[in-house]
Each structure stands twice: as C-alpha cells, then as structure tokens.
Ligand binder design. Sequence first.
Ligand SMILES: Nc1ncnc2c1ncn2[C@@H]1O[C@H](COP(=O)(O)OP(=O)(O)OP(=O)(O)O)[C@@H](O)[C@H]1O
Ligand SMILES: [Mg+2]
Length: 338
Amino acid sequence: MYLDANQPLELQTYLINKGWISPDETLLSLTKPGEGNMNYTLRVQTNARSLIVKQARPYVEKYPTIAAPVERAVIEGQFYQRVGCNPILTGAMPQLLGADIDESLLVLEDLGESSDFTHLYQGSTNGPNHTLSLDELRQLVAFISLLHNQFRVAQPDPAFANQAMRTLNAEHIFNYPFLADNGFDLDTVQAGLQALAMPCKQDDALKKAIATLAEQYTSNNRAEFYSLLHGDYYPGSWLHTKAGTRIIDPEFCFYGPPEFDLGVMLAHLHMARQPMAVLEQVLHLYDRPDGFNDTLLHQFTGVEIMRRLIGLAQLPLSLSLAEKKVLLAKAAQLIHTA
Ligand SMILES: Nc1ncnc2c1ncn2[C@@H]1O[C@H](COP(=O)(O)OP(=O)(O)OP(=O)(O)O)[C@@H](O)[C@H]1O
Ligand SMILES: [Mg+2]
C-alpha cells in the first residue's frame, strides 16, 4: 500500500485490517503534520483519535531521484522498541503504535500540533536568535545522555547496523561537501559561498582527517564500547509540544560513537548562534560515558558545521557570509587541533 493523502478509504481499510483502528472508525482528514524530507508522513484524524503514519519509500521523498533504503522505517521502529524499557526515554518520544515491515510503515502517537526547533537558526543578520532555555537544554541533553549510558555495549547489535542509511549519510557528511567539483554551485545558496568553501575542498590534511572520521562513523572500527545513537540529533528532530520538549525521528540510529550525537548537537547550536554559555551548559549537563573522547567530539562538531555550510543538506540559516567564514575557520580548527 502506498500511503496517499488522496486515498483515505484505502488507508482506512488498511488500518482496520491491521487492527490499529477499530472497524467502526472513520478517517476524517489526512494532513501533512510538518516539514520532512525523507519520508511520506501524514496526520490521520479519525472520529476517535489522531495518529501519525510514516512510510519510507525507496527514495528521498523530497528528491525522488535520490535512492534511500526502505529499511529505515523498520530501524526507526526498532529504536522505539529497544528504548521501550526506559520510561524517561519513552516519555520523551511518541509512542510506537504499530509497525509494518512489508510496507515500511510506522504508526506513531500524535504529539499534537507542534513546531520543531529549526526556528533557532533564524534571527536577523547579526541579531539575536532565540536562546534555548535551561529547561529545554536539560531535556535535550538528558535524552542523549541517558541513551548513550543506558544502551552501551561492547559489541554493536547487528540488527541496528543501519548500514545503508549510514553509507548514505556518510556520503553527505564526509565526502560530497569536500569534492571540488560536485556540481553544486554554493553561490545559489548565498553569493560568495562557493569561494568561501574552496579552502576546505583543497585542504588535503583536513580531508585526510575527515576520511578517518568517516571510517569511524561507518565501520565502528575504533572503539571498545558503542552506544545507541539517535543518529540525527539536530533541531529538526526536536519538537515543541504542549507537554514539553519531545524527540522524534531516530531513523539514522545505530550503535556507534556517542561523540557523534553530541558533536552534531553542538554544531547546530553554533550555527544557531547560541551563546557560549549554552554550549558550555550542554557540556556540563552531558554525562560522558567511560572512554568518551573529546578529540572525536570536536572533530564530529567541526565536520557537521562544515557539511551543513558547504554541503547539500542546507539549513534555513540566517548567517552572513562573514559569519560563515568565521564558523568554517572554527570548524577547521576543531578538526585539525583535535
Ligand atoms: N509523532 C508525531 N507527532 C506530531 N508531529 C509529528 C510526529 N512525527 C512527525 N511529526 C511532524 O512531521 C514532521 C516530519 O516528521 P519526521 O521528521 O519524522 O519525518 P522525516 O521524513 O523523517 O523528516 P526528515 O527528512 O527531516 O528526516 C516533523 O517535523 C513534525 O512536524
Ligand atoms: Mg527523518
């Protein structure tokens, strides 16, 4: 079944057959719950409740020419099941109400009309951005802190290898942004950005350090311990809801270096112009698992800043070219001096 907002009856029959809604329930509306690139996601309003239905197709929903592994839905479902034993983690996420492996489809609790945290990137040029509150910071850091410490193993679980998604992500984090001739004209994002990016693309020592990082991300070959990672821990995966801050979308999860999740989070706080006190607070609140490597943390932070500024996965940033220059230099420093 291909999920389709224009085919409510088909979906109604499907949900009834699966036992996820009752036989006398009627679908009243199918709407888009929010912005997303990868999957086809609908808010399903019935006469009795509201549900989120999310389907992974063999391509990126927003860019159908880019292939993407459908197993991501199953993996996302497995994440909810794996953390199910921890009430704090499950309380911070929507409940998993159903998973259909054959259709690569998940049914999730609807957290209600909400917005994600991508507004953090906005602010007038050189003007103040919204600053994360201590309460928000506590919730966001507690989530990965708990996840990394409670789900920590000597051997990664092969069921969570999520290799195809990692390969896809690795291409866009560690490789594509650093190709001098990748066909993506950064001046279409912001005039002058292409020239700003060139030093990163031509720095062989930097590219060598990034290749080592890529290996640590994709093949888990360095560590003695691995933590379950969210895998995409940035403001697009954090929701403001009436009940508080919630975390969604663990489709890039895997057992790997915890430095990756924290590094990604810090990188986005840099790009969202959060005050240094906020970044320091994150480091203070995070409970480092034994063996946590600050060098690796700095390097993952640096590469995430770079790839978001000069790669394909652009963000709705409000940074001037001069600010991007400063951030790129900072990112290079984090990678090199790490
Ligand atoms: N359980 C939920 N309750 C309420 N809203 C939700 C829920 N799940 C998703 N949404 C809304 O739908 C949007 C898209 O969901 P999600 O991020 O899971 O999809 P995606 O296709 O994986 O997105 P991306 O391409 O950003 O990874 C979210 O930003 C949010 O606004
Ligand atoms: Mg996603």
